[in-house]
Design a binder for this molecule. Structure first.
Ligand code: BGC
Length: 726
């Protein structure tokens, strides 16, 4: 009996032990305990000190509790040079030159998420080396209008492509103990009146087009911070918009990080505090104590307008991110490195894979420089350096190789390079106004004559044209979508003089190309290429690199073709802009309305050829929880190594609501030797076929047939397959 009792007691003890072991604190629990214990020790002044900047890019810490100052930096395609603490001038440091990547649209044009991860890693290492804690990027706003000044910094008109790039970028960056700041939350799709305009859009457009990039960045990428935009959304500023900031960001997405303002985007204390804003940055008031989240916040707490628990929640958000980025005494924090050859190689890879071959009549490209005696290199963009432009994303790069420099270095020994300016930059930049783009269509016949002479005496002419950051920039939009500075005339005359002419477009947003496509055999869109721009474009022209980029946005024939402009709702009226095109943004509009663009979304040629074949799915009928496993083959049928980007679109032909003619659901980038073929498998969740049902306030997949469409652009579908959802 006694023995049995002892046994029972032993068993009971064992069970208690096991339950306690099961209840062992998780890492998150320990972290939250640490946060709460720090908060308990803080005065309200110390708390509030963590919630507003103490200078342009820093936030005070609490020294006595071991909480360091927080250092933020732009982003998104390099670590910005050091700015004075209390004004916008550069500090003039000697050691803050950094690696400059090609901006967002170029990243998206590579359609290669591995490059986004690689970029994140490099940015993280460089940010840490510069002792930065937060890097202000990536920019994931939708490219809604060809005119938006910041298109070059954003990525695409398609939320699936944006998400595919943003997630690995953030993961790479944050793996180096630097917080990302996904921006600009939300609907900052134009620069004109960005600080005052109110954006209205349907709930469906919000859910299907404008939110997914942010959602992926937060729920899959785990972005530690989010930057609230300048504009209003449905009547409330984005930084004090409880629908966006509380209901969606916190409650739906489960965001536990820091919501900060864009610089000078705060408008209130109580409303913003209650809506969920954590951190006020960039307010243009000299005395930091007067900022909305400084003394006025203390007063609001004292007056009972903002509960202390709300302040504590914000402080907890800040401390949580500090712990996650190993700021609170964690010795294993990344030390970082700057300007390493590996970083520069990553910038080169990104530029090389971004180049999109738009046209190549008669296979003029690639150029065999071993057989050429002379090449005319023409255009301001052959020598223009772009890394230092664009405003907040400008980079003081360690170096920037221009196309002319690269061509001279790579081919100058055996090939005579005849350089001519061809056109002159007539624009200028002044923050906040695009007036510097006016009157920039002057044709300079003297320069054209010189270019024609250079082209005549050369085997081949290459014109480097497009735009510069007087057009593609933060703080204003483009006035039009044309090639400026009389470039069309220049291109026409040079091609007349030498039919072997290649046009290289350097730009980060859509341009009208109809005036040149019929005149010139080859067009290569090379973007702003970052510090390695010249090397990358020279290697693509010579065929060392086979172009594999695809347009991340539609190139319309004219501005009027594109949805926001066709409907006359850009940039809005009386400070209101209504996104009347709804979900029909980019190719969704063109394909649904059967409008032929100049070049479609997802388009890009190669020096080799590919065939997509044998599209199949694992089943014919799917349940709503299923995953559709799609298979097909990609074959390189040409004679060069290269990469194809098979794109899987889906349409829902019979539905109770309008559905776009096609929507991108998945893609891959496949590298193949000549003659090689690979089987590719793509997965699409049936739930991803849903539309946002405004009546039911939720996602809805209606049973019926869906058409899977496989192609190498939205305009070239080569295989289709019908599946059913029951
Ligand atoms: C831009 C942000 C940028 C911030 C700090 C703002 O004007 O909109 O993207 O991160 O300035 O430079």
């Amino acid at each position: 009996m006694k023995k049995q009792l002892l046994k029972l007691v032993a068993l009971a003890l064992l069970t208690i032990g096991t339950t306690q072991a099961q209840k062992a604190l998780t890492k998150e629990d320990v972290q939250e305990q640490k946060i709460q214990s720090l908060i308990k020790k803080m005065t309200i002044q110390e708390k509030v000190g963590l919630l507003h900047a103490n200078s342009k890019f820093y936030v005070s810490g609490v020294k006595r509790l071991g909480i360091p100052e927080w250092a933020l930096s732009d982003g998104p395609h390099g670590v910005r040079a050091e700015i004075n603490r209390h004004d916008w001038a550069y500090a003039g440091w000697k050691n803050d030159s950094s690696t400059c990547f090609p901006p967002g649209t170029a990243l998206a044009a590579s359609w290669n998420p591995k490059l986004a991860y690689e970029r994140g890693i490099v940015l993280g290492e460089e940010a840490r080396f510069r002792k930065k804690d937060v890097l202000l990027g990536p920019g994931v706003n939708i490219i809604r209008s060809p005119l938006c000044g910041r298109n070059f910094e954003y990525m695409s008109e398609d939320p699936v492509l944006i998400s595919a790039m943003a997630v690995p970028y953030i993961k790479g960056l944050q793996s180096k103990d630097v917080a990302a700041s996904v921006k600009h939350w939300l609907a900052n799709n134009q620069e004109e009146n960005r600080g005052t305009v109110n954006v209205n859009m349907s709930e469906r457009a919000l859910r299907e087009i404008y939110l997914p990039g942010f959602k992926a960045a937060i729920t899959e990428g785990g972005s530690y911070t989010v930057m609230g935009a300048y504009n209003k959304f449905r009547g409330d500023w984005c930084t004090e918009n409880s629908y966006l900031d509380r209901d969606i960001l916190r409650n739906e997405f489960g965001f536990k990080g820091v919501l900060m303002t864009d610089w000078d985007a705060a408008h209130s204390t109580v409303k913003a505090a209650l809506a969920g804003l954590d951190l006020e940055m960039g307010t243009e008031k000299k005395d930091y104590n007067e900022w909305y989240f400084a003394n006025p916040l203390i007063k609001a707490v004292q007056e009972g307008k903002v509960p202390m628990s709300v302040v504590d929640e914000k402080v907890a958000n800040v401390l949580r991110i500090m712990i996650k980025t190993k700021m609170l005494g964690d010795k294993s924090r990344t030390k970082g490195s700057m300007n390493t050859p590996a970083h520069q190689k990553a910038a080169y890879n990104s530029a090389a894979e971004a180049a999109v071959l738009l046209q190549n009549n008669g296979n003029l490209l690639p150029l065999d420089f071993s057989k050429l005696k002379s090449v005319a290199v023409i255009g301001d963009n052959a020598t223009c350096k772009h890394c230092g432009g664009g405003l907040s994303s400008e980079i003081k790069t360690l170096y920037e190789v221009t196309p002319l420099e690269a061509m001279q270095k790579k081919f100058g020994k055996s090939v005579t390079i005849n350089y001519a300016l061809g056109y002159e930059k007539q624009s200028s930049f002044k923050e906040g106004s695009n007036a510097g783009q006016s009157n920039t269509d002057k044709i300079d016949w003297k320069l054209i004559d010189e270019a024609v002479a250079a082209a005549k005496k050369s085997d081949v002419a290459i014109i480097f044209g497009g735009l510069n950051h007087d057009f593609d920039t933060e703080s204003f939009d483009k006035q039009h979508m044309r090639l400026p500075y009389g470039q069309e005339t220049l291109i026409r005359e040079v091609t007349k003089a030498n039919p072997n002419t290649v046009v290289v477009i350097i730009a980060g947003s859509p341009l009208e190309l109809g005036g040149i496509t019929n005149r010139v055999p080859s067009i290569l869109w090379a973007w702003y290429g970052g510090m390695e721009a010249g090397n990358a474009v020279a290697d693509v022209l010579s065929g060392k690199v086979n172009p594999s980029g695809k347009m991340p946005f539609t190139l319309p024939v004219s501005l009027q073709q594109s949805p926001a402009h066709a409907l006359g709702n850009f940039p809005g009226r009386d400070l209101n802009v209504n996104y009347e095109e709804g979900i029909l943004v980019g190719y969704r509009w063109f394909d649904t309305k059967k409008i032929a663009p100049q070049f479609p979304f997802g388009y890009g040629l190669s020096y080799t050829n590919f065939e997509l074949d044998a599209l199949s799915s694992d089943k014919a009928i799917y349940g709503k929880e299923d995953v559709i496993k799609v298979k097909f083959t990609v074959k390189n049928t040409g004679s060069r190594y290269g990469a194809e980007v098979p794109q899987l679109y889906v349409s829902d032909p019979v539905c109770s609501v309008m559905r776009p003619a096609k929507e991108l659901k998945a893609f891959d980038k496949v590298f193949l030797q000549p003659g090689e073929s690979k089987t590719v498998e793509l997965n699409v969740k049936v739930s991803d076929l849903a539309f946002y049902d405004e009546a039911q306030k939720g996602w809805n997949v209606e049973a019926g047939d869906f058409i899977l469409q496989l192609g190498n652009s939205s305009g070239n579908i080569s295989q289709t397959l019908k599946i059913a959802v029951k």
